[in-house]
Design a protein around this ligand. Structure first.
Ligand code: NAD
Ligand code: TYD
Length: 350
């Protein structure tokens, strides 16, 4: 039995990871530490609510006492840190919480893990701290080339700068203490349980409600889209078999301009759900400050070393995603109405 401390496991990618792992393995136990900010949604975890191998703890990764207690109580083998403030637009308005959660929270987790795992002659056997990072730490690309693991970090937004700060702290624990760590830097995820402040779920929700589709700037910024389940698989592989001290880039080979994404979502909904949804809904709005132009990853290292590749093409993934939102309209309704924040009481009070 391996015990994971998963942080941020009620958020978009974290909850997909928890569900993925508990479905795939019988010998995995997950302690899920999440503060339940606006982005945390326990409804994402309702399928594992009764599962004794999933222990949910509401709390802050910055809380030293609590994290120490979790290490003492559960024999943690792996930490997988998803917990973060994750939205670039919010980071432009409120940078402080990004520095606090993303940088200081990471340092606290590293430190508590070190206290629990360090031995006189090295480290407890088989332990690993894994940091879930982002390709945004590399900055922005021109028309050609890709981010490689060796690309110097050049973050621009408060969000990406805080994630880069966290990555440097993880590296410092490896360089200074030889702590067994790994980092993955992935491109833009999409799929089920994605909070509708981010581009793809926002577009789906607005189309279904005949609301404007805001496109920042000229709509020609490029993102590389990674289906969330492919990402979960990559993290699982890196935690188990990735080389200690290494960074692995995880990308989807699915680069699209934002306007292409907008038109793809409109077309699917127009053709399959509601003929009145058309490109008339597109509304070009003021550009994001410091908007990175292009992200693109060549995930060669993870392919060569671990055999991982993105299995889901964008054409398949986007249809799966839209269909999921259509089948789970109540989930979106609960999120947009704020009802989802009552799930804690519903799930955890008798
Ligand atoms: P999310 O915003 O959906 O979820 C974040 C989760 O962290 C929420 O459940 C929230 O309650 C929790 N959280 C926030 N502050 C916390 C704290 N102080 N203590 C404990 N829990 C806290 O984010 P996501 O999109 O699932 O991203 C997960 C991770 O992946 C983040 O570290 C993010 O930087 C990284 N990432 C995301 C993407 C993407 O496309 N979504 C791409 C690259 C990297
Ligand atoms: P987002 O989903 O916020 O992810 P990130 O900024 O981390 O890449 O945005 C994806 C792209 O879509 C980004 O270039 C900004 C753009 N965008 C819009 O054009 N309109 C929107 O309403 C949002 C939320 C994003």
């Amino acid at each position: 039995m391996k015990t994971y401390l998963v942080t941020g496991g009620a958020g978009f990618i974290g909850s997909n990871f928890v569900l993925y792992m508990l479905k795939k393995y019988n010998d995995v136990k997950i302690v899920n530490l999440d503060k339940l900010t606006y982005a945390g949604n326990l409804e994402n975890l309702k399928d594992v609510q009764e599962n004794p191998k999933h222990i949910f703890v509401q709390g802050d990764i910055c809380d030293k006492e609590l994290v120490t207690e979790l290490f003492d109580k559960y024999d943690i083998d792996y930490v997988v840190n998803f917990a973060a403030e994750s939205h670039v637009d919010r980071s432009i308005k409120e940078p402080e919480i990004f520095a606090s959660t993303n940088v200081l929270g990471t340092v606290n987790l590293l430190n508590c893990a070190k206290n629990a795992w360090e031995r006189e002659n090295g480290w407890k056997d088989g332990v690993r701290y894994h940091q879930v990072s982002t390709d945004e730490v590399y900055g922005s690309l021109g028309d050609t080339g890709y981010f490689m693991e060796t690309t110097p970090l050049d973050p621009h937004s408060p969000y990406s700068s805080s994630k880069a700060g966290a990555d440097f702290m993880v590296k410092a624990y490896f360089d200074t203490f030889n702590m067994p760590v790994t980092i993955t830097r992935c491109s833009n995820n999409y799929g089920p349980y994605h909070f509708p402040e981010k581009l793809i779920p926002l577009l789906i929700n607005n189309c279904l409600n005949h609301k404007d589709l805001p496109v920042y700037g000229d709509g020609l910024n490029i993102r590389d889209w990674l289906y969330v389940e492919d990402h979960c698989k990559a993290i699982d592989m890196v935690v188990r078999d990735g080389r200690v001290g290494e960074v692995y880039n995880v990308g989807g080979h699915n680069e699209r301009t934002n306007i292409q994404i907008v038109k793809t979502v409109i077309k699917h909904i127009h053709d399959n759900v509601d003929e009145t949804v058309t490109e008339d809904l597109i509304k070009y709005v003021e550009d994001r400050k410091g908007h990175d132009r292009r992200y693109g990853i060549a995930p060669d290292k993870i392919k060569e070393e671990l055999g991982w590749y993105p299995e889901t093409t964008f054409e398949v993934g986007i249809v799966k995603t839209i269909e999921w939102y259509l089948e789970n309209r109540q989930w979106m309704e609960n999120v947009t109405s704020g009802e989802y924040q009552k799930y804690y009481e519903k799930m955890y009070t008798v």
